[in-house]
Every structure is written in structure tokens, then in C-alpha cells.
Design a protein around this ligand. Structure first.
Ligand code: NAD
Ligand code: UFG
Length: 347
């Protein structure tokens, strides 16, 4: 298939490009590089072994730019112009939870409006297949653990999460109104790790918000110690429990999700996680053991909006897509460190 990849220069997008090409697909990337670097795409091409990844630096809110991309990626069939994209994998969006609380309008505007323009241009060009990056955050404080797709959506505590929940609804309604659409909502749990080559990985701006990039920056000497946000949760050691998933496994889930489009599944929702819950201290201890580096840490107060436990039941993705996570926490910690130590300043 030929896939339009929005946000393809980012952390998950760059890893997904590799898995797409490995499976025989091709891609065209649109990214405004607001949270990423062109160098990531250069390295992706190098890993795949092609001269370059077709790419336009543009904002998905820029209708004209999107129209131009569709026009460039089209062919004439029986005298008719037919777009060449079989599907879109839609990663583009702003994702920092804390920042979204401070800048709600920017988050709603970018994530909502960007997706509206994208969907409208796709519809106009008769490309009605989309895989959307959703998040476990749509479950709020989950009613059932492990979380299945039947678990009701919950109250999101921040504008970022709201955009995911609302965009899921927008695409659900769109698919209901026009059954020609195939909409795959992938609810990611906690992606960490990096490609085994150590050439691409997570490259946050400023102080990392998320656990693993903070740990790797402590390991590389950029930060003094990790703050562990709370040790009084009702979990085995009192620290928060999450379903960490290797980003390469997550990338492969997108390739598997193309099957749902091929068989015209309509609306399909999948949890993408490993099904295992690990505490903050499990992650810290595994990182130290696997990599032989020390991670000083300090217990801090709870972080506002955090929940105690979040992990999924990923059986539906295995049953319907034949997808299952292959990597465990050891590999996630090994590959995250391999990326960070080889690229202490990121790209
Ligand atoms: P990322 O920031 O590395 O990638 C997102 C990419 O989108 C960036 O390259 C950015 O430059 C681009 N972008 C943002 N707004 C754009 C716009 N208006 N036009 C064009 N490009 C734009 O983030 P990621 O971790 O790779 O996440 C990818 C997707 O997955 C996001 O939608 C995110 O919300 C979602 N997600 C991420 C996580 C996670 O923990 N990383 C968890 C659940 C869901
Ligand atoms: N944590 C720390 N110290 C840190 C950072 C995090 O103790 O410096 C703890 C948190 O309190 C939590 C766990 O580590 O218990 C994981 O925190 P992350 O910030 O890495 O991840 P979250 O589960 O809070 O959220 C992430 C993404 C969201 C997404 C969600 C579900 O940031 O965008 O996973 O996919 F919605």
C-alpha cells in the first residue's frame, strides 16, 4: 500500500516508517517539524536502505499544502484522476499533557483543526481509510483493569486527552455517516524504547515529561536524579503502574492495522500494549540491571492528574490482527539507553 503518514518525523512515526517499508509498503510524510527533526527521516531512509523518504514540510492545517500532496500522489486511471494513497496513518498532533493544560487553545486548535482539515481533504480525494493515534488516556481512571476495548471511556483530566477522546468521536460519527470510511483507532499505552540500531529514538525538547526519557537523561548525566511521583498508590510498591510497550512493537501494530482496512472493517478499536503492568521502580531497577548504570532517584509528591494503575488486555489485537508485542521491559530499557548514549544531544 502507499500510505500518507502525518507526523512521520516524530518518535512513533519514524519507527513506523521502517516497519511499513519492511512489510513492502511505501510512504509519503507530511510534518511541520514542530516537535521533530528532518534528520530523523534521513536516518530512517538509511536504515531502510533507500535514498530518501518522500517528505513535505507542511502543517496539516494548511489545506493547500495537503491538496498539493494529494495531487502529486495521484495517477490517471481510465481518464480519471485517482489518488494514490491507500490509507493515512495520522500521528500529527501536539502531545505534552502539562503544556496542554497551560495552552488549551493551541492544543485544541492544532489537534482538532488539523484533523478536520486532513479528513476533509482525504474525503475530497476519496481516500477514506485512516489509522489514528489514540491513547489509553481516553479511558480516564479506568473502570476495569486490565482494560479491554469495552471499558467505557472516562473523564480526561487535560486538554490533550480531550482532543484524543473528541477526535475518536468525530471519526466514529464520520464512519457511521459514510460507511465507505474505514477508521482504526489505536489506543496506545506507554511507548518507550528505540530502534535497535540506536540511530532513531525519542527526542523530547527541554525537560522530559515522561518517565523513560527522564531516566535516560539521568543515565547520560544531563539530569541529576529522577523524581518518582508518589509512592503511596495502591500498587505493589506504591509507585504508578503502566503498560510500557516497545516502540518497534507499536510501529508493527500499525502495519497489522492495515489488515483491518484491507478487509473493510468499518470502525475498529484496538488497545496496543503488552498487557503487563510495571511500576516506576520496576522500570528504574530493570534499567539499572540491564544497562549497568546507576539511576539516583528521590520520592516526590504525586503528579496532578496521574492515576495509580493502567494496563490493558491486548487480546483483541492479537485475535483480529495477529499482532502481539514481541519485546519485554529488558529490551525496552536496553534500546532506550542505546539510543540515548549514542545520541546524548538527540538528533
Ligand atoms: P511526536 O511529537 O514525536 O510526533 C508528532 C509529530 O507530529 C511531530 O513530528 C510534529 O512535528 C508533528 N506535528 C504536530 N502538529 C502538526 C501539524 N499541525 N502539522 C504537521 N505536523 C505536525 O509524538 P509521538 O510520540 O511520535 O506521538 C505520535 C502520535 O501518537 C501523537 O498523535 C500522540 O498524541 C500519540 N500518542 C503518543 C503517545 C506517547 O506516549 N508518545 C501515547 C499515546 C498517543
Ligand atoms: N513518572 C515519574 N517521574 C517522572 C515521570 C513520570 O515518577 O519524571 C511516573 C508517573 O507518575 C507515572 C509513570 O511514571 O506513574 C509514567 O508516566 P509518563 O509521564 O511516562 O506516562 P503517563 O502514563 O503519565 O502518560 C503517557 C503519555 C500520555 C498518554 C498516556 C497513555 O504521556 O500522553 O501515556 O498512553 F496519554
Amino acid at each position: 500500500m502507499h500510505i500518507l503518514v502525518t507526523g512521520g518525523a516524530g518518535f512513533i512515526g519514524s519507527h513506523t516508517l521502517i516497519e511499513l517499508y519492511k512489510a513492502g509498503h511505501t510512504a509519503f510524510v507530511i510534518d511541520n517539524l514542530s516537535n521533530s527533526n528532518r534528520e530523523a527521516l534521513r536516518r530512517v531512509a538509511e536504515i531502510i536502505g533507500i535514498p530518501e523518504i518522500p517528505f513535505v514540510q507542511a502543517d496539516i492545517r494548511d489545506r493547500e499544502a495537503l491538496e498539493k500532496i494529494f495531487a502529486q500522489n495521484s495517477k490517471i486511471v481510465n481518464g480519471q484522476i485517482v489518488n494514490n494513497f491507500d490509507a493515512c496513518i495520522h500521528f500529527a498532533g501536539l502531545k505534552a499533557v502539562g503544556e496542554s493544560v497551560e495552552k488549551p487553545l493551541e492544543y485544541y486548535e492544532n489537534n482538532m483543526n488539523g484533523t478536520f482539515v486532513l479528513l476533509d481533504v482525504m474525503r475530497k480525494h476519496n481516500c477514506k481509510n485512516i489509522i489514528f493515534s489514540s491513547s489509553a488516556t481516553v479511558y480516564g481512571d479506568p473502570a476495569i483493569i486490565p482494560i479491554t476495548e469495552e471499558c467505557p471511556k472516562g473523564q480526561c483530566t487535560n486538554p490533550y486527552g480531550q482532543t484524543k477522546s473528541m477526535l475518536e468521536q468525530v471519526m466514529t460519527d464520520l464512519q457511521k455517516a459514510d460507511p465507505e470510511w474505514n477508521v482504526v483507532l489505536l489506543r496506545y499505552f506507554n511507548p518507550i524504547g528505540a530502534h535497535a540500531s540506536g540511530r532513531i529514538g525519542e527526542n523530547p525538547n527541554g525537560i522530559p515529561n515522561n518517565l523513560m526519557p527522564y531516566i535516560t537523561q539521568v543515565a547520560v548525566g544531563k539530569r541529576e536524579r529522577l523524581g518518582v511521583f508518589g509512592n503511596d498508590y495502591p500498587t505493589q510498591d506504591g509507585t504508578g503502574v503502566r503498560d510500557y510497550i516497545h516502540v518497534v512493537d507499536l510501529a508493527a501494530a500499525h502495519v497489522a492495522a492495515l489488515q483491518a482496512i484491507e478487509r473493510r472493517a468499518g470502525l475498529a478499536i484496538y488497545n496496543i500494549g503488552t498487557g503487563h503492568g510495571y511500576s516506576v521502580l520496576d522500570v528504574v531497577n530493570t534499567f539499572m540491571r540491564v544497562n549497568g548504570v546507576n539511576i539516583p532517584y528521590q520520592i516526590m509528591p504525586r503528579r496532578a492528574g496521574d492515576i495509580a494503575t493502567c494496563y490493558c488486555n491486548p487480546a483483541k489485537a492479537e485475535r483480529e490482527l495477529g499482532w502481539k508485542a514481541q519485546f519485554g521491559l529488558d529490551e525496552m530499557c536496553r534500546d532506550a539507553w542505546n539510543w540515548q548514549k549514542n545520541n546524548p544531544e538527540g538528533y
